[in-house]
Design a protein around this ligand. Sequence first.
Ligand SMILES: Nc1ncnc2c1ncn2[C@@H]1O[C@H](COP(=O)(O)OP(=O)(O)O)[C@@H](O)[C@H]1O
Ligand SMILES: [Mg+2]
Length: 211
Amino acid sequence: LEKAKTDSLDLKNTVTRQAKKIVQNIARMQTIVDNIRHFASKEQNSETKLFDCKEPIYSALTLTSGKCKEKSIQLNFQCGPEELPIRGNFYKMEQVILNLIRNSIDALEEKRQQSIQPEREMYIHLQAKLHKESVIISVEDNGIGISQQNIDYILQPFFTTKESGKGTGLGLSISSRIIKEMQGRLSINSTPMEGTTVQLTLPLVQHHEKE
Ligand SMILES: Nc1ncnc2c1ncn2[C@@H]1O[C@H](COP(=O)(O)OP(=O)(O)O)[C@@H](O)[C@H]1O
Ligand SMILES: [Mg+2]
């Protein structure tokens, strides 16, 4: 009888483990499909227009604020009242901001799990401002940071430091491609254990260029 009990417990554990894996893989597939949708559907998604860069930022914030609240991450956005017109595909721009916020959430989660300075507040600060002929958007977090040996690889497709089931390694490569398409630049600054800032520099659409 004892043996039958142990056997059934073993079976239960195995099933639980497998079920967990299935759920993880569904989440992974969701992220991949999400990214591919934006990557591949050139036809529907190539429409470019003029918009204020604050708009896709607000919509990305709406999509991620729940998760941040759940994880006690302070998510905020600082910008002035001035218009920040840029030209591009609205949804791709939103996708870029989403990718960056999600990376910051993961980096903060990883830091929390290693319980490095758990008493310190976790934050993600977004900022949008004018600088000369450019719009500068930055996403800053005080998460785990990026090690010296990884920093050269993080823009490569499929490079990830996340466990299988979590990362696809596509977020940054797709984002930098989208920003390049918009004649902009994506740069990353990071201090291991301190945090990371990703900065996007995009051409400001001047008054006379607004058709
Ligand atoms: N804000 C960040 N803080 C720390 N590491 C980051 C951050 N953003 C990206 N990274 C690193 O860059 C890698 C690649 O990011 P990404 O292309 O978005 O793929 P993924 O998030 O699927 O791993 C991540 O696995 C992580 O190691
Ligand atoms: Mg990512």
